[in-house]
Ligand binder design. Structure first.
Ligand code: MG
Length: 390
């Protein structure tokens, strides 16, 4: 069974009354539409994904999707109505000859695995599937003066969601038949041509981002879906003849210097490895090979900033860093606050999220003999957890 997904994202978001169409607004650091696409892309049963976008939004779309997006076809430009947009998308998807299509709102990013399972399972035995929720509130018909007229029985009333799922040829034919009308969803199109549509249980979390409150609700849901990762780092550099050491980017006059390919800032190296460890992205040597001449004498804040940027790219957040510098000399204490301030500045962290500690090894071992300086670090990083299975 070949399944395609058509994401309708051609609306202007006029109901929100703000500049940017809501499907391109950031939700916890990532555009809504990209979240929607990622939810569908994570399902290996869906072989093709296509978005229908507004004619003015091609630049916004490209910015939203970024690079390296497999399964996503070039977007289709929508029409004057939702119905016209869906028809344009279906005509474009016809080139891939899918058996079934899921037609989904671009502003519903919280699409769970369970809901997709229910919908796709339903397609095995039914022509068309609508995820929907039974109305539980009492319904009142109200006049223009906000006076209640009648209580509307809620029995048999359901709230329609998306993705609405169809046999591809049937829904394409239905859309062609009713072309030019302005039906509000694809179930209405299907029903207008006599198709049977079966309801499966929708999901409360699969709501459409429409109002400001919806965005706040979405942000809260995502914040509860952050997971905390911990990374550790360790580094050693040798002390050789010289006149200063650099620790946490602070130049400290000393009778010796640290030797290394870069500026040998052992503390920043341990910290960089801790950050890379938290996101499972190798170590400092993998990102900045010591054999590469361009890093000779390099200031180590470059390495730290690279790790910081990798975390930001994953929409993560550094929660806390804790660094221990292990040496007999120089004394770290007088420089501790300058080190913390520099790290806090480089990582855009509040000062109380940055800890720098120092210890000796009681004159034991290589650090005790002042042959080198060691540093170890722990970093806590929050990363977005997958919304699948929500
Ligand atoms: Mg090092």
């Amino acid at each position: 069974m070949s399944i395609a997904a058509l994401i309708v994202a051609a609306g202007r978001g006029t109901r929100m009354g703000i500049g940017l169409p809501k499907q391109y607004r950031a939700l916890a650091g990532k555009p809504v539409l990209r979240r929607t696409v990622e939810a569908l892309r994570a399902d290996s049963r869906i072989k093709h994904i296509m978005c229908v976008i507004h004619v003015d939004d091609h630049a916004l779309y490209e910015e939203c999707m970024g690079e390296d997006f497999s399964l996503i076809h070039y977007p289709v430009t929508g029409g004057a109505t939702r119905q016209a947009s869906v028809l344009a998308g279906l005509e474009a998807l016809a080139a891939f000859n899918p058996d079934h299509v899921l037609i989904h709102d671009g502003a519903r990013p919280f699409l769970s695995t369970d809901l997709l399972d229910n919908i796709i399972d339903g397609l095995q035995t039914h022509q068309a599937i609508l995820p929907a929720l039974q109305v539980v509130d009492t319904l009142q018909r109200v006049d223009d003066n906000q006076l209640c007229l009648t209580t509307v029985p809620r029995e048999g009333l359901w709230r329609a969601q998306t993705p609405q799922a169809f046999q591809f040829e049937s829904i394409l034919a239905a859309h062609r038949t009713v072309e030019g009308q302005d039906l509000t969803d694809d179930v209405a199109v299907a029903r207008a041509t006599g198709m049977q549509v079966t309801v499966v249980e929708g999901s409360e979390s699969n709501f459409k981002l429409t109002t400001e409150v919806d965005f706040i609700r979405g942000e809260i849901m995502l914040s509860k879906l952050m997971e905390t990762r911990t990374g550790s780092g360790f580094d050693v550099h040798q002390l050789v003849a010289g006149d200063h050491v650099t620790l946490c980017g602070i130049k400290i006059p000393h009778s010796h210097s640290l030797s290394g390919h870069s500026d040998a800032d052992v503390a920043m190296h341990a910290l960089t490895d801790a950050l890379l460890g938290a996101i499972g992205d190798g170590d400092i040597g993998a990102h900045f090979p010591p054999t590469d001449p361009q890093w000779k004498g390099a200031a180590s804040h470059i390495f730290l900033e690279h790790a910081r940027d990798l975390i930001a790219k994953k929409h993560g957040r550094i929660v806390h860093i804790d660094l221990t510098i292990i040496c007999e000399e120089p004394k770290v204490g007088p420089h501790r606050e300058a080190m913390r301030a520099n790290l806090a500045h480089l990582l855009s962290l509040e000062l109380d999220r940055v800890s720098v500690k120092a210890t000796t090894t009681e004159q034991l071992g290589f650090t005790g003999r002042k042959e080198g300086i060691a540093a170890q670090a722990i970093a806590s990083v929050e990363l977005p957890a997958s919304v699948r299975g929500l």
